[in-house]
Design a protein around this ligand. Structure first.
Ligand SMILES: [Cu+2]
Length: 216
């Protein structure tokens, strides 16, 4: 064999070995990552301050009827709030800010006093003014039942989704410690699914974030 072709053969062997090592390493690290999340656990958000992650991982999860899914914000993630919000009836979608009608006699007082703040009030019908305020149904753990009754509940309320609800919202989910900065928020949210079906959910703050729970 000529010297050049020997060098070429050796180079090819080294290249093949490197490709094979790299492939094994990639599949090994992928498996290691996949094993980090339990089958009923979904990570909400994450990343770092330079590259925050806007999403749920895994994006789709499959469970058995009667079991629960736990969502949580990873520790050390940016203090960026997210929600896990099931909007079964599209009319119940809650925006972060919403208009409310108040009697014209009602005055809004700034808190703290003398703060540089002013409610956004526009004239409405029938002697009512309209104030634009933050919407508790978007920020807080809340549910709209089958009859349309809306109520908020404390963080970690662990609601059960029977399939008849129109709207179920986790409220703000933040990394541990976030509840001190944003009272009423939580680092985890658990929902029990009693009935088979496919349940899509979204984040009220970032509507492009979507996930799915398949209950068999
Ligand atoms: Cu979000």
């Amino acid at each position: 064999m000529e010297r050049q072709s020997i060098i070429l053969t050796i180079s090819l062997m080294v290249a093949t070995l490197m490709v094979s090592l790299t492939t094994n390493w990639v599949s090994f690290s992928y498996k290691a990552e996949a094993q980090q999340t339990a089958s009923n656990h979904v990570v909400v958000g994450g990343g770092n301050n330079t590259y925050p992650f806007y999403g749920y991982s895994p994006q789709q999860i499959q469970i058995k009827a009667g079991s629960s899914v736990v969502w949580s914000a990873p520790p050390n993630a940016p203090m960026e709030p997210h929600t896990v919000t099931f909007v079964i009836n599209n009319n119940t979608m809650a925006t972060p800010d919403a208009p409310f009608a108040v009697p014209s006699s009602t005055k809004f007082m700034p808190l703290p006093p003398n703060a540089n703040s002013k409610p956004n009030i526009v004239p409405g019908n029938n002697g009512m003014n309209t104030a634009i305020v933050s919407n508790a149904m978007s920020y807080s753990p809340s549910v709209v039942d089958a009859k349309g009754n809306a109520k908020t509940f404390p963080p970690n309320g662990n609601p059960t989704l029977t399939g008849n609800e129109q709207y179920v919202n986790s409220g703000w989910i933040l990394p541990k410690g976030g509840e001190q900065i944003f009272p009423g928020s939580s680092s985890t949210f658990t929902v029990t699914f009693s009935k088979a079906g496919t349940y899509g959910y979204t984040c009220t703050l970032h509507p492009w974030m979507t996930g799915k729970v398949v209950v068999k």
